[in-house]
Design a protein around this ligand. Structure first.
Ligand SMILES: Cc1cc2nc3c(=O)[nH]c(=O)nc-3n(C[C@H](O)[C@H](O)[C@H](O)COP(=O)(O)OP(=O)(O)OC[C@H]3O[C@@H](n4cnc5c(N)ncnc54)[C@H](O)[C@@H]3O)c2cc1C
Length: 461
């Protein structure tokens, strides 16, 4: 993709003067820190970064990019592994300064600006004993996560993040600010619940909240010797567990190199019932560790943060997995035993209950089923180890192919090509193209898992 053309200085100065937030350029202090994203393999240098102070700045930025034919990227929380929040030579609209949030404890709703992280959002809602489904690592941004679906600890009871969206304010490619909800611009509302940032810049999200906490949360860990039997049992247990319980299994290696299998849980109903529900899981075999206990929802949400520091090298491969067969378990254990980086891991995040019962046609998120979001999450620190880690991840992913369903969760995709993007949107792809034709016919919003408008389909990406 060609970088944007250089602009005359006076034009840039005028744009800067029209912003309430700061316009950064490569020579400015803070430019390198602001262009950096979670995935350290991404090292891109935009020509300009507009640090948006509010919706007005977003409108200015979208119009400026359209008028001057600039490559436009949108930065919410900066945690997408694909790194589309930033480009070489383009304009980045950095929404991370936009952290306003208003909780209405009576209506149990929150209006939240697009620069909030999960932890910041939870901090405000939990002050009223409320929460909604978001992801499981608190430093992630609410914006990218919600627009792609949003799978987290409350999905069994309350659905995905996008299922809890009541409305959103969206700046479209023509610079208009639209409200998308069940009553207004319903087609846009459908599309932004799973279709990512393809249709405009979401500046404000309104969520339904629910009373949540304290929860029964934490995890269990088993040694390699018990891994097979435990995973078999876990699969049976997960497939019959109540909506109040959501789980995530993982495989990794301990600092001494041995394989370790774990499961993390969140029971969001009464603690007493949760203790009863979780007993079979906790009394299976002899866990190396059991730290499941009553805790605040915020404590659970931030528990894994230290395992995902900003700036490490990342390469992910993912797919939906329905049946955790003995053969699949064997492949997983074999590859994890040879995992080149001890800080990598495999996650199986359970999607079930309320999230799986939503009509697949109701939102753009297509994969409504009881299944696992299977993710090989490779991370390492030294860029010179990249080749070995990427090779291992690809070989592992290839070996798992016989066990996968079709499709992938869009928010786990890296730069994996158009076929994988189509797989992520599944049966909704054509409808998303029609929506793209209506709201973004020139593909101004193309730095994302891109749905190309009809006029550009077939053109090289
Ligand atoms: C450590 C870690 C843990 C994760 N855990 C979970 C999890 O538990 N559940 C889950 O569902 N996902 C999870 N994810 C995936 C997560 O949903 C995606 O990485 C998501 O893209 C993060 O959103 P962001 O705003 O931080 O990212 P960004 O990189 O800022 O944005 C990603 C893309 O979203 C679009 N976008 C962002 N903001 C806007 C906006 N305001 N308007 C329009 N488009 C926008 C843009 O296309 C952008 O390129 C996790 C990711 C990481 C790194």
């Amino acid at each position: 993709m060609p970088a944007s053309k250089p602009l005359e200085e006076a034009v840039v100065q005028e744009f800067a003067a029209n912003l309430r937030g700061e316009l950064m350029r490569p020579e400015d202090d803070g430019y390198d820190a602001t262009r950096a994203v979670f995935n350290g393999t991404i090292d891109k240098r935009p020509a300009m970064i507009a640090r948006c102070a509010g919706t007005g700045d977003v409108v200015q930025g979208v119009s400026f990019a359209r008028t001057h034919d600039l490559l436009l990227s949108i930065h919410g929380g900066g945690h997408s592994v694909a790194g589309n929040a930033v480009s070489d030579g383009g304009l980045m609209l950095d929404l991370s300064p936009m952290k306003g949030i208003r909780v209405d404890p009576v209506r149990r709703t929150a209006q939240a600006q697009a620069g909030l992280t999960l932890g910041e959002f939870d901090h405000e809602t939990q002050a009223f004993g409320l929460a909604t489904t978001l992801g499981v690592v608190s430093v992630t941004g609410i914006a990218g996560l919600t627009l792609g679906g949003g799978l987290g600890w409350l999905n069994g009871k309350h659905g995905l993040a996008c299922d809890n969206l009541l409305s959103a304010d969206v700046v479209t490619a023509d610079g208009r600010l639209l409200t998308a909800s069940d009553e207004e611009n319903e087609d846009l509302f459908w599309g932004i619940r799973g279709g990512g940032g393809n249709f405009g810049v979401a500046t404000l999200f309104e969520y339904q909240l629910h009373p949540v906490g304290p929860v029964l949360g934490g995890g269990l860990r088993y040694s390699a010797g018990e891994a097979r039997d435990f995973l078999r049992f876990y699969h049976e247990f997960a497939s019959t567990c109540p909506d109040e319980l959501s789980t995530a299994a993982s495989l990794g290696r301990a600092p001494d190199g041995s394989v370790v299998v774990g499961v993390a849980v969140c029971y969001c109903g009464s603690i007493e019932t949760g203790e009863r529900v979780l007993r079979p899981l906790r009394t299976f075999g002899s866990p190396l560790e059991d730290n499941i206990q009553p805790m605040s929802y915020r404590a659970l949400q931030s528990a894994p943060d230290a395992e995902f520091p900003f700036g490490r090298q990342h390469y992910w491969k993912s797919s939906w997995l329905k049946h955790l067969s003995d053969e699949a378990i064997e492949v997983m254990l074999r590859f994890v035993a040879e995992m080149p980086s001890l800080i990598s891991g495999v996650g199986l995040q359970q999607m079930h209950g309320a999230a799986s019962r939503v009509d697949p046609a109701a939102t753009a998120f297509p994969y409504r089923d009881e299944h696992y979001d299977f993710l090989i999450l490779s991370q390492w620190s030294d860029p010179s180890d990249s080749e070995e880690n990427i090779r291992w991840t690809r070989a592992f992913f290839e070996a798992m192919q016989p066990f996968f369903e079709t499709g992938v969760y869009v928010n786990n995709l890296g730069e994996e090509g158009e076929d994988r993007v189509k797989e992520a949107y599944g049966a909704h792809y054509e409808r998303l193209v029609a929506l793209k034709d209506k709201y973004d016919p020139t593909n101004l919003f193309r730095l994302n898992q891109n749905v190309r408008p009809m006029a550009q389909s077939g053109a090289p990406s």
